[in-house]
Design a protein around this ligand. Sequence first.
Ligand SMILES: *Cc1c(COP(=O)(O)O)cnc(C)c1O
Length: 464
Amino acid sequence: MNSKLYGNLIFELSHPGRKGYGLPANHFGNYQVPGEICRAQDAQLPECDELTVVRHYTNMSGNNFGVDNGFYPLGSCTMKYNPKVNEEMAAHHMFTSLHPLQPEETCKGALQLCDELKKMLCTISGMDDFTLNPFAGAHGELTGLMVIRRYHESRGDTKRTKVIVPDSAHGTNPASAAVCGLDVVEVKSNADGLVDVEHLRTLLDDTVAAMMMTNPNTLGLFETDIPEITKMVHECGALMYYDGANLNPMLGVCRPGDMGFDVMHINLHKTFSTPHGGGGPGAGPVGVRKGLGNLLPDQTSFSVGPYHGNFGVLVRAYTYILSLGKENLRNVGPMATLNANYIRQSLKDVYELPHDRMAMHEFVFNGLADKSTGVTTMDVAKRLLDYGYHAPTIYFPLLFHESLMIEPTESESKETIDGFIKAMRNIAIEAKTTPQDVKSSPHDTPIRRVDDVLAAKQMVLTFK
Ligand SMILES: *Cc1c(COP(=O)(O)O)cnc(C)c1O
């Protein structure tokens, strides 16, 4: 990587008159663009030759860490390998040449793919119907809550304005409820890190529209009181929402539909191996139990996104499910769980483990066990970058001061996981012997430690 030679911005490499393209001869005659929509000035575009462009972007891509570069143990996010066959299928010209407005009889294969994917998701989740419209997990949550609101409204039950959300929940849960115009009520966790059923009981009345839950929760712990919780919530007339953003531990083991959930979303960009991206391009299909299907956006006038959703992502998830097949899909949850528990057991003498129970697909440490070194979770995360690993999720969930949340997924080999364990143990030793090295890390990345607060408060989003 030589960013000095090749510049940080493509604009810095621009020279007037340089070109990297040739346009084919125009066979269509001249079309005069109407004056009122013409630019007043030429667009400011970089002028570069092809080789400069190739080197610039190739070098830029080397500054990034991705799941194709190395291990990415980002808890809650399920950064699993995205198999290349998914990309091959999504790039098939019969899919890429589709237009969302072309007549239905000319794209029946694509519609069949959507329909079969919905049926697969129903089988996997125990739900009765799905919409593939939403573009992300948070978008799915909003869609699901809109379905729930419409359910209560359709019964003339207009008092229900509250959504109960556990204190361990992903931040999108209260945010989605608020965007949907509902009031958020927090239910506490008990000493075992599970929903406090007694506290929940005091919150339930005829103003509650729904309870949102993640199970296994964000601590990676299975909510063992789930039958009682769903019974209590249903008895008060509210619906159960399942945050299935991360369905990895459940695959082939158990189903939200069987646990009594009424509405849920699934992140295809987590469990079903499609790429994550900044704000997209994901997909967060929403499933509902029998009797609620007619309230989904496809069936009614409310719309949460254009056309059939993020079609390229749907093709990738469909490919993943078919390429694993029923038998192998059943192994995903158990393998992800085994990998997580192997790491948890291997590190719990040097990192503090607040809940020393069998975890599912992920678990949370509360920083280093030895608190006397002054080395924080942030320092450990930064130091991991020098060892060639992406940092785990840090400072979430908010239940502990030094949360460090690890999710290895099922796709990593034992050798990779052992390498990560070794790096984490080394960092624990360094915290005692050379703490300054850890606190000043990362040392080997293109950009050293950034000032998070400044970056968030004084955003510089354009180049001057
Ligand atoms: C990732 C995640 C979400 C949000 O999904 P996005 O696609 O990032 O909007 C919600 N809940 C949980 C538990 C998650 O892990």
